[in-house]
Design a protein around this ligand. Sequence first.
Ligand code: NAD
Ligand code: WQD
Length: 337
Amino acid sequence: MILVTGGLGYIGSHTCVSLSDAGQDLVILDNLSNSKAAVLERLREICPNVVQFEKGDIRDKATLTRVFNTFKISAVLHFAGLKAVGESNKSPISYYDNNVGGTLCLLEAMTAAAVRTLVFSSSATVYGDCSDVPIPEDNSRSATNPYGRSKLFIEDILADLYASDNQWRIARLRYFNPVGAHESGRIGEDPVGVPANLMPYIAQVAVGHREQLNVFGGDYPTRDGTGLRDYVHVMDLAEGHVAALRGLQRQGGMLTVNLGTGRGTSVLELINAFSLVSQREIPYKIVERRLGDVAQSYAAVGHAEQILGWKAKRQLSDMCADHWRWQIENPDGYPES
Ligand code: NAD
Ligand code: WQD
């Protein structure tokens, strides 16, 4: 059985489907701080294998001990954590507590249970303000906010752990910009409040929940003046986790891998692609740059292909079509249950 922390969240839930499709039984541990119980019902509809659920916090030792004692866990996929950059500037302590403290608790429990296979959700945010693209894994790392710093700390903790005992099998996966939804339209991204990220914002404008999109900056040194990002379909990302788990099971070691498409898409290109797929107008206005944004960020993807045999397959039009299906079929996100 695989333990999926944060498995009711956006990326974790989609990864549960891919793991289940690959024949794995799962137990999800989530405190529902940024997700709803309805995700579990939807997962049980679409997952072919067993999906167990424990409501609890990764910082709670008793909960972790119970989970490891109850289920025969062979590996952990660790998504649980806080992820909003702006919020992390306002509440750094809760970011370090949840992300770094939570990971330490998990690692202690894994050590006690002799479970030493871990796939960790890192982020392209560890490349800081690097704008030299495509970005390879051996690029220098830095942080521009407490969220990013929490990911740097965890990456370093995992490296120290592996150095202390190379029986550990650890993958540090650096996601670029995950978007889209499962093709069933049953699960997807359900941000609380005003979306901080571009794709969910566009989708909420398209569905009529918001009037217009603010495009942050039209004077970047890019082909149309707006920022370029590496949008990657969340199901490609999910399959990347299955490949990483298989890679660890096959060869062990510590892997550090970018998960992206290697292509940069501008804000205006994404608006156009979404508009085409949804057949809706997306009103927008170009405003000031957002503090802390880089002009461009996209992944060097050779390493993922070489060591995991994984490559993103889905196109931008698939990302928009699947995100739109989810949005139009669930205009208010998941129901409260
Ligand atoms: P999410 O907020 O949708 O999912 C995280 C889940 O973890 C939520 O269901 C939440 O309730 C749960 N959680 C949070 N703290 C917890 C705790 N202490 N104990 C138990 N459960 C807890 O986020 P996501 O977009 O699915 O991101 C998953 C991971 O990927 C995060 O670690 C995030 O930093 C990382 N990541 C996300 C992105 C992105 O753009 N979405 C990009 C790069 C990396
Ligand atoms: C994409 C582009 C914006 C919103 C963030 C985090 C990063 C990672 C993913 C977790 C940029 C522009 C956005 C809007 C806009 N998360 N934009 N109007 O900034 O690449 O990455 O999410 O690890 O850490 O920093 O993604 O979706 O916020 O922005 O014009 O309303 O869209 O300026 O060019 P970003 P994003």
